[in-house]
Design a protein around this ligand. Structure first.
Ligand SMILES: [Zn+2]
Length: 299
């Protein structure tokens, strides 16, 4: 099994990338978990990171951000107004579940969370999470069963708040296997199903020179790991890298690797009867990604 997670970070990713991925996954006979950003597309605010983070510009150039995302998105929330993401395109969102995929909340304001989480007041963290949940209810008429923090960046406050949402699970971090996060000395009831594999945007220009080489390495890693989870992005694999994903899914099928929604991967893990490990949380770096990500601290 390979947990397949699809993150939707921008308005254009929702509008064009999601329908393209739905077609691609239907043709491949594959289901996954879509994490939808709900509120304003402030992707353009990443431009301010250029001023703060050395190397960000190089990363933009390597991944051809303006070419991949388009200028409308690169300027969204700065020179051009922020458009809503899933809330602006509820019919596209509902196609996700109508076609048998799992849907969850990625964010209210992806960029704000990713850039500012640790500086946000408790009240604002609550607001961000609750707005995401309210938007999900408005679109789907039901409570979300799963959340996934933007950029695998979260904190213990957010985990505690999400605990009250009665989620089946969350996918807020990187890691190696499903586990129960320990916060304030006690394990929470909401399991984490972490992303275990690198992403295409991390690999390009960093560890791999092209998408095909990257996906070959993912195939090897997915075949050998116990509970692998891959994240793809609507903006990338639902756009210029669709052919690479299509080829990967074909080869995964040939090798007997079966992509599934994260909820199904967790159910299979639980069915082993072995209790989930309990892990305190910390932060760490992953190759090709700026800053740190949320992850269980080892040992
Ligand atoms: Zn994201």
């Amino acid at each position: 099994m390979l947990g397949l997670r699809i993150d939707v970070d921008t308005h254009d990713g929702m509008k064009r990338g999601v329908p393209a991925l739905l077609d691609l996954l239907r043709d491949a006979g594959v289901k996954g978990t879509f994490y939808l950003s709900m509120g304003p597309d402030n992707a353009g605010k990443a431009i301010f990171n250029v001023l703060r983070r050395p190397g960000f510009l190089g990363k933009m150039r390597r991944t051809g951000a303006a070419g991949v995302y388009g200028w409308r998105t690169v300027l969204s929330g700065t020179l051009l107004p922020a458009r809503l993401i899933a809330l602006a395109l509820p019919d596209v969102a509902r196609r996700v579940t109508a076609e048998g995929h799992e849907a969850g909340v990625h964010a209210w304001d992806h960029r704000r969370w990713q850039d500012k989480l640790l500086r946000l007041s408790d009240e604002e963290v609550t607001t961000q999470l609750c707005r995401g949940r309210t938007a999900f209810r408005k679109i789907f008429g039901a409570d979300p069963r799963t959340f996934a923090a933007p950029a695998w960046f979260s904190d213990e406050r957010a985990l505690r708040l999400q605990e009250e949402f009665g989620l089946a699970y969350a996918s807020d971090c990187r890691g190696s296997e499903p586990f129960l996060p320990v916060v304030g000395g006690a394990a929470l009831a909401t399991p984490q199903v972490p992303a275990t594999l690198p992403t295409l945007d991390e690999a390009l220009g960093d560890t791999h020179h092209d998408a095909r080489a990257f996906y070959d390495s993912i195939l090897d890693a997915a075949s050998s790991a116990a509970w692998p989870v891959l994240t793809v992005h609507a903006e990338l694999e639902g756009g210029p890298y669709a052919d690479d994903l299509r080829r990967f899914l074909r080869e995964a099928a040939a090798r007997g690797v079966r992509p599934v929604p994260l909820g199904e991967l967790l159910a299979a893990r639980r069915a082993t009867g072995v209790p989930l490990p309990e892990r305190p949380m910390g932060y760490g770096a992953v190759p090709g990604r700026h800053g740190t990500v949320f992850m269980p601290s080892e040992g």
